[in-house]
Design a binder for this molecule. Structure first.
Ligand SMILES: *Cc1c(COP(=O)(O)O)cnc(C)c1O
Length: 356
């Protein structure tokens, strides 16, 4: 039997290259600890953290260019995506379907299963939704069309205004999943925000690039009707209804979201983006120079086709790397992934590529 040490230390982020988690900003860590025992799910009792949550929603609204935002701090992107599907289903009548690109996060499969709605997955071209295939997949029963702003595997951004137009032709709602990309995209020329298209709901995770403590996901909606469609009555609480999926929630997510955004928006996030972009471009170039096939990074995420034995050797050397469904190694340039770390990684790649 294996015993877990009672004083186990968390792993360091030393060789973690494929994760979308990263150490929280120091202010976020401190705020998380202070608010650990508060419950924003019970705003009648925990008024301070409830007020902080409103601030978090307003701050997130600023980042996604939504002037009068509705929403809450969810447990993560999975919950936020599920809630987008749930709201669309509840606002529709009769049979409904949800249409998403094949590149959409697997949380939509969970949502479809839990909510018992049909999920139609549409092929992609170069990692972005194929608009002709999308047009063919939607119909009068489509309640929601999903677009991704920063796909989990390749960091691709769907053509959101064009997707919005198609969704509009069948009266479907539009959800944008910017769980990972949302804290990078304000510093790019991409059209992805509430100001760029008639988006109804969005997922943007403070606990990824936002540098809040886990768990902190963001669910945002353009109008109050969306939250109303999610609300259930709460008989034994002072507040009368609750729109979140989870009941008791950690105030740590809320407080650390506010603290991280106050510390980093916009200059700190911009700096982080510029550095990550430059590192991703540099790494992609180095890998191309070595003769590997590299998926050109659009956001700071590099996918590279390495021989199986090199991948295995890197894992054995302690590199925390994972693969896309097509088999490429993914390097996500999160805040803890420094140029120095990438240089060490390349040294190890060189060491294990023998006879090439
Ligand atoms: C990470 C991710 C999710 C899921 O978020 P969790 O916080 O892990 O639940 C959803 N969508 C995208 C695009 C992601 O990158």
């Amino acid at each position: 039997m294996q015993r877990v040490e009672s004083a186990a230390e968390p792993q360091s982020f030393d060789r973690v290259l494929s994760s979308m988690c990263t150490p929280p900003h120091p202010d976020a860590r401190e705020a998380a600890e202070r608010f650990l025992a508060t419950n924003p799910g019970d705003p009648g009792t925990y008024e301070t953290v409830a007020a902080l949550e409103q601030r978090a929603v307003e701050q997130l609204g600023r980042i996604v260019e939504l002037g009068d935002p509705y929403g809450y701090v969810a447990s993560g992107g999975t919950e936020a995506n599920l809630q987008a599907v749930r709201a669309a289903r509840n606002l529709a009548s009769g049979e409904v379907n949800v249409v998403a690109p094949e590149s959409a996060h697997f949380s939509f499969r969970k949502a479809a299963e839990v909510l018992d709605v049909e999920l139609r997955l549409v092929p992609t071209v170069d990692g972005r939704v194929d608009l002709d295939a999308l047009a063919a997949a939607i119909d009068a029963e489509t309640a929601l069309v999903v677009a991704v702003a920063g796909t989990t595997e390749y960091g691709r951004i769907d053509p959101i205004p064009a997707v919005a137009k198609l969704a509009g032709t069948v009266g479907a709602r539009l959800h944008v999943d910017a769980a990972w990309g949302g804290f990078f995209l304000p510093f790019t020329d991409h059209e992805w925000s509430f100001a760029d298209a008639p988006i109804d709901t969005m997922t943007i995770d403070p606990h990824k690039v936002g540098r809040a403590a886990v768990p902190a996901g963001g669910f945002l909606a353009r109008d109050e009707r969306t939250l109303d469609a999610l609300a259930v009555e709460t008989p034994y609480l002072e507040s009368t209804s609750q729109a979140s999926l989870t009941g008791t929630r950690s105030g740590a997510g809320v407080a650390s979201t506010v603290a991280a955004i106050e510390a980093l928006w916009p200059a700190g996030y911009r700096e982080g983006y510029e550095r990550a972009r430059s590192d991703a471009g540099w790494l992609a170039g180095e890998l191309v120079d070595r003769g590997f096939d590299v998926v050109e990074p659009e956001l700071p995420l590099v996918a590279v086709d390495l021989p199986e034995e090199v991948f295995d050797a890197l894992r054995a050397a302690g590199w925390r790397v994972s693969r896309t469904s097509a088999g490429e190694l993914r390097i996500v340039c999160m805040p803890h992934v420094t140029r120095d770390l990438l240089e060490q990684f390349l040294d190890d790649v060189d060491r294990h590529v023998t006879g090439s």
